[in-house]
Structure formats: structure tokens, C-alpha cells
Design a binder for this molecule. Structure first.
Ligand code: CMC
Length: 390
């Protein structure tokens, strides 16, 4: 028997590693609240930056606080020219998630004046820098993949419009703001802002528990988000839907293959560790999908395939028995595609959305006197002691 080991818990299904007062989830009832406010209300009535402040500081900002926060973020959007050139060293077909995590990691080389984990002013400065620069880095990763020139941020625009312009604007023509697009993206970003101890947030906390700086911790979180079982699922869903369309396979046949666990094929965008009834974010995203595609005048057969898949799966005993429902990633890709984003940018959009949550958790952890370095145990199942025979 190993000393000190009390339980073995693959995937941390039963083990709480922290207390937190940021986000509440009830997986049976399909409830998600940020700092007590239902996600449905926030998605309808607030802005991304307002919710970011709420998550980080615990209360909604006053008008002046929000104006200051917004202004400070606008003033920090520029990337250092050397960081802009950093993109030149990477291959044009690099996955934007790898570009994103590398560039965020590089931020700690450019901003050595804000690496302290205990000085509140430096933590605030790193927070502002990350919120301001991550969307710019993301847009440059996109532009690089297209072989197009990078635009400098236009700080007269709102957070979301600035980001859309950096992605879809060109040097040749002025960018026209599309309010339908802006509001739809803002809503999706709000829905992604936090989700308590998911894999990427837990990664940010684990790395941060060593007193690594905020940039290093967030970069690790981006890498954790990249995987297809987590944020990478939104990209995988689109590939799955396109695969069904291109192969001409019926939705029923595809679902049969999933049920037979044929070469590990899963219904991507379905299932969740915590939600066992429905994912409240998925409900809101599905509504948005119809509204946004209609407003943008897009008809996408992939949306029809997604709806048929959902209908077939929800009526099937395999999915009912395992309590598998569409999660937040099931319909987002169809919307991002209609907005004009390439599939490889989908998880990057998730990362921009999740950034305030990562920051809020890192800061909460650093202020909690109970925090200890994260250090899981193991159950050793290897060889007993043996002698080197030479
Ligand atoms: N398709 C088919 N079967 C599934 C799926 C799915 N998407 N998800 C779970 N199952 C089955 C699984 O095979 C297992 O069956 P059995 O009992 O016969 O072995 C059972 O359901 C329980 O699954 P699990 O893997 O033990 O569940 P988990 O809580 O460990 O995993 C999950 C949760 C989200 C990783 C998983 O449902 C999954 O892989 N889903 C597809 C990927 C995906 O959409 N991820 C996005 C999650 S939401 C956004 C985010 O957090 O990033």
C-alpha cells in the first residue's frame, strides 16, 4: 500500500482541487451562472468586456470602471514590431492555435515589467495586455494563413469590431462594420467566457500554482484548449459535418458507426463531463445559428446536417442511456463559417472568449491563502525493486 494515497480518480471525476466563487454550474438542471448571473441574461444584455470585468473583479463594472477598462485595453492593442515579425518565422500553414500559444508565451519576453505574480499593479497590467493583444495575435495568425498583410488595430472601434476588421479588413479598402456580425460574435464570446474547472482552466491554475507568470499560464491553457475533446471540438464538428456531406453517407449510417465505436469515431460536439441533461450554451447557440445565417443571407447545408444529426441522436437509446446532448461546440462552427472564418480559426475564437475566465481563475488562485502547488499523486504499478546486474 502506498502511503498518503487516498483515492485513484482518472480524469478528476470526483476530486475538487479548489474552492471558487467565479462560476456556478448545475449539470443536471442545465444551469450556468457567472458570479451569480444566469448566462442567458448576460448573453442577451451585456458586452464581452463587461462580463470580463465581472468575472475578474466579482461585480459588474460601474459606467466609469467600464469606460476606463475599455480605454486601457484600446491603448494596449498594438503589438511590439518585433512580435509582429515573430510571425514571419513560422510556416504559413501552421495551425493558428500553435501560433497563438507561441505568441502568448513570447509576450513574457516582451513585457518583463509585468511578470510579478504578487504585485497587483503588474497583474492588472498583464491582464490588460493579454485582453488587448490576444485578439490582434489571433487575427494576425489568420492573416498569415491567407498570405495577407497585417492591419494595425483601429482603436476607435469597439473590442469586437476591431477584431473583425483585423480579420476581414484589407489595406486596399475601408472596413465596414456589420452590426449583425458584431453582436452575434459578441454573444458567442460571452457564452465562452468561463466554465469553471474545465481542462484548460485547470491547466492555467496548475501552471499558475508554481507561481509562473500570467502569460506563461495562459499559453499553457491555450495548448490544453487545442485538443479535440475540449475547444478543438468546434473545428472537429465542422470536419465531421463536411465529411458526411462529401461522402454522401446518411446521417443514420454515421450515427450507427458512432454507436459501434468504429475506429474511435465520436459524435463531435456531443457529450459533456458536467451537463447530463442539456448544455444551456448549446441552446443559445442553436437559436443564434438560425438567426445569424438568415441575417447574413447564408444557406449552409451543413446546418441542415447538424440539425438532422441532433434529431437522430437525441431519439437514439445509445445517446439517451449515456445522457449525451449537443454541447456548446455543436453549432458554433456553422456560425463562424457563415461569418467568414476558416475552420482552423474556430478554436482560436474559443480561446479569445475563454481568456477572461483563465485570467479570473489565475487571479483568484493567487489571492487564495489556501493555494498550494498543484501536485497530483499516482498509483505506482511498475516493477518492484530490482538489481542492476552488471
Ligand atoms: N460520441 C459518442 N459517444 C460518446 C460521446 C460522443 N461525443 N461522448 C461520450 N460518449 C460515450 C463514451 O464512449 C462512453 O461510452 P461507454 O460508457 O459505452 O464507454 C460514455 O459516453 C461516457 O463518456 P466518457 O468519455 O466517459 O465521458 P467524459 O465525461 O469523460 O467525456 C467528453 C466528456 C466531452 C470528453 C466526451 O463527451 C467527448 O469526447 N465528446 C466529444 C468531444 C466534444 O464535443 N468536446 C467538447 C466538450 S464541450 C466544450 C469544451 O469544454 O471544450
Amino acid at each position: 500500500k502506498q502511503t498518503g494515497l487516498t483515492s485513484l480518480d482518472y480524469g478528476f471525476v470526483n476530486t475538487a482541487a479548489t474552492r471558487s466563487s467565479i462560476t456556478y454550474i448545475d449539470g443536471e438542471q442545465g444551469i450556468l451562472r457567472y458570479r451569480g448571473y444566469p448566462i442567458e441574461q448576460l448573453a442577451e444584455k451585456s458586452t464581452f468586456l463587461e462580463v470580463a470585468w465581472l468575472l475578474i473583479h466579482g461585480e459588474l463594472p460601474s459606467e466609469t470602471e467600464l469606460a476606463d477598462f475599455d480605454e486601457r485595453i484600446r491603448r494596449h492593442t498594438l503589438l511590439h514590431e518585433d512580435l509582429r515579425r515573430f510571425f514571419d518565422a513560422l510556416p504559413h500553414d501552421a495551425h493558428p492555435m500553435s501560433v497563438l500559444s507561441s505568441a502568448v508565451s513570447a509576450l513574457s519576453t516582451f513585457y518583463q515589467d509585468s511578470l510579478s505574480v504578487s504585485d497587483p499593479e503588474q497583474v492588472e497590467l498583464s491582464t490588460i495586455r493579454l485582453l488587448a493583444k490576444l485578439p490582434v495575435i489571433a487575427a494576425y495568425a489568420h492573416k498569415k494563413s491567407l498570405g495577407q498583410a497585417f492591419l494595425y488595430p483601429d482603436n476607435s472601434l469597439s473590442f469586437v469590431d476591431n477584431f473583425l476588421r483585423l480579420n476581414f479588413g484589407t489595406l486596399a479598402e475601408p472596413y465596414e462594420v456589420n452590426p449583425v456580425l458584431s453582436r452575434a460574435l459578441e454573444r458567442l464570446l460571452i457564452l465562452h467566457e468561463d466554465h469553471e474547472q474545465n481542462a484548460s482552466t485547470s491547466t492555467v491554475r496548475l501552471v499558475g500554482s508554481t507561481q509562473a507568470n500570467l502569460f506563461a499560464s495562459v499559453s499553457a491553457g491555450i495548448n490544453a484548449l487545442y485538443g479535440p475533446l475540449h475547444g478543438g471540438a468546434n473545428e472537429a464538428v465542422l470536419q465531421m459535418l463536411a465529411g458526411i456531406r462529401d461522402s454522401g453517407e446518411s446521417v443514420q449510417k454515421f450515427v450507427e458507426r458512432v454507436k459501434n465505436k468504429e475506429s474511435g469515431v465520436k459524435l463531435m460536439g456531443f457529450g459533456h463531463r458536467v451537463y447530463k441533461n442539456f448544455d444551456p450554451r448549446a441552446k443559445l447557440v442553436k437559436q443564434s445559428a438560425d438567426e445569424v445565417l438568415e441575417a447574413l443571407g447564408v444557406h449552409d447545408p451543413l446546418l441542415d446536417i447538424a440539425k438532422e444529426l441532433e434529431e437522430v441522436a437525441l431519439a437514439d437509446q445509445y445517446f439517451i442511456d449515456r445522457k449525451l446532448y449537443p454541447n456548446v461546440d455543436f453549432y458554433t462552427g456553422v456560425i463562424y463559417k457563415a461569418m467568414g472564418f476558416p475552420t482552423r480559426m474556430f478554436t482560436v475564437l474559443f480561446a479569445i472568449g475563454r481568456l477572461p475566465g483563465w485570467i479570473a481563475h489565475w487571479r483568484e488562485m493567487n489571492l487564495d491563502p489556501q493555494t498550494k502547488i498543484g501536485r497530483p499523486q499516482q498509483l505506482y504499478v511498475g516493477s518492484p525493486e530490482r538489481t542492476l546486474d552488471r
